[in-house]
Ligand binder design. Sequence first.
Ligand code: FE2
Ligand code: FE2
Length: 245
Amino acid sequence: MGLFRRAWLTVVSEVAWRIPGRPQRLLAAFALAERGSMLDMLSAVELTERRGLRKLYFRHALDEARHAALFAGRVRSLGAIGRAEAAIEDSGQLVEAGVVAGTTLFERLGEEEFLSFVYVAEADAVEQFEVLLARRLPDPETAATLHRILKDEHFHVSYARTEVERAAAAGRPMRRSMALHRWRRVGQAWLRFSSDFGALMGGFWLGLAYVVGVGPFRLLGRLEPGGWQRPERGGSSLAAARTEG
Ligand SMILES: [Fe+2]
Ligand SMILES: [Fe+2]
């Protein structure tokens, strides 16, 4: 997917970073993804039976918690607006991450599948951050934050890749599993895009219907005699309201 994905990321990043308010939303989405990743890692810490990996998962979870806070901090510094603010406060993320309402990702996938998922997701994140930096889109402080985070992400990619290669060498179908995760992520990205596009088109058509269909009636609208009346002054106190009727 290399070239195609990079071209897609370049277009999306250029568009997302140049529309006012979108950088905050993108950074808020990163903060949520990092927080979700932290929760996945903490469940892996609890469930793995491999001591060496438990230590790595724990370090990974701490990194992701720090990244989530760094991204949320950047959103606030840039002036969170509307959906970005809502996203970084979104408690529904716990349910989405499957930690509260259902089984964790580690439980659903098992350790090998989980590691191949981690490798694919981390490699995608590295690619996305690198595109943003290569296009010089973020402001200097956000760029410095991304550079800081990238160091940790490279470490996450490298330990996950080592484990995936180890499993592949033992004859496990890791190539197939990584391909499946990649296509799943493409499907999820498509659903996110469709949802955003749907919201945009919904707003456009409803706005148009309001202006063309409802707006003209305002020009003809008048208060009917005997209809709505102005309230009398002084009649709105609690005591007055209690004595009426
Ligand atoms: Fe991260
Ligand atoms: Fe990571």
